[in-house]
Design a protein around this ligand. Structure first.
Ligand code: SAM
Length: 268
């Protein structure tokens, strides 16, 4: 495993962030698998949540620290940035369980440190498509078996986002568990909007013959076929469209706890 002293792998990119931009991502993780944040069995005891590429200041990392420590007050959190100045700007907020370090896809971990969860948001969007797989392969080396990574892209204020949910399986690789879409409905409900913020492995693949293309075609048709539900509200429309999308053969999680909150989970 590569360790802290090495040159960070990746490239500095724009550092834009916003207050509570990733709140719905964290709320999703808490609802999806809060045990990931609380478990203390085996190597999970003391393991870290890593916020990779937190941006020009540490606000999203600190907000997540507050959110996740409601379920696990002892959770250790590591913010990683490839930009030295951004690490320096964050260091005044470090404490005995909140760390900020210079690093890249080769995470700057100390020898005994393990990772339970990685969040990488609005990071890979600025890379080339060909850099996606090497970055994922690199990150898989550090996370505990059973651990998760949520890697995705959002709109500037986080109202809408899409993310890969990947689980670390043996031997040191990711299993793509789901593609998750999230909206707080502030901008209405437009399937096309999700298309513009797809993770890097999908965004260039909206072409006939690709599964993601057919998924979006089916979702748009499902939204059109259920447009009457709009009269009962956007959440009802979103849920009705998801139901019809599932009937078209896509493995959508139809539990109300997701759809009612604006999360569409396509299980892969
Ligand atoms: C647009 S900001 C995202 C900030 C925050 N995650 C958000 O969603 O609001 C992307 C940040 O990722 C950092 N970054 C890019 N590649 C990285 C890498 N390989 N490792 C660590 N940080 C990286 C950039 O320096 C930049 O500050």
């Amino acid at each position: 495993m590569k360790r802290a002293s090495q040159k960070p792998e990746g490239k500095p990119t724009r550092g834009k962030t916003a207050d509570n931009r990733l709140r719905r991502v964290d709320n999703f993780v808490l609802l999806y698998e809060s045990s990931l944040l609380t478990r203390t069995d085996g190597l999970f005891a003391d393991s870290l949540f890593v916020d990779l590429g937190y941006g020009f200041d540490a606000r999203t990392t600190l907000e997540s620290a507050a959110r996740f420590r409601r379920v696990n007050p002892n959770l250790k959190i590591l913010g990683v940035e490839i930009d030295k100045e951004r690490v320096e700007a964050a260091l005044p907020f470090a404490d005995d369980k909140t760390f900020f370090r210079l690093g890249g896809f080769n995470l700057p971990l100390k020898p005994a440190e393990r990772v339970r969860l990685i969040r990488a948001f609005n990071v890979l969007r600025q890379y080339e498509e060909g850099e996606f797989i090497p970055a994922y392969e690199q990150l898989a080396e550090y996370i505990l078996p059973g651990g998760l990574m949520v890697e995705g892209t959002s709109t500037p204020f986080g109202n809408v986002w899409a993310a890969n949910l990947v689980r670390r399986v043996e031997p040191a690789q990711w299993s793509f568990e789901a593609l998750v879409f999230s909206t707080n409905f502030h901008a209405g409900f437009e399937v096309e909007e999700f298309q513009t913020i797809l993770p890097k492995n999908y965004i260039h693949r909206i072409v006939k013959g690709e599964n993601i293309f057919h998924f979006f075609e089916a979702w748009k048709r499902s939204a059109a076929e259920t447009a009457h539900a709009k009269t009962f509200g956007l959440k009802q429309w979103f849920s009705a469209a998801a139901g019809v999308l599932a009937q078209k053969g896509f493995n959508i999680d139809l539990h109300k706890k997701w759809l009612g909150k604006g999360y569409l989970i396509w299980r892969l």
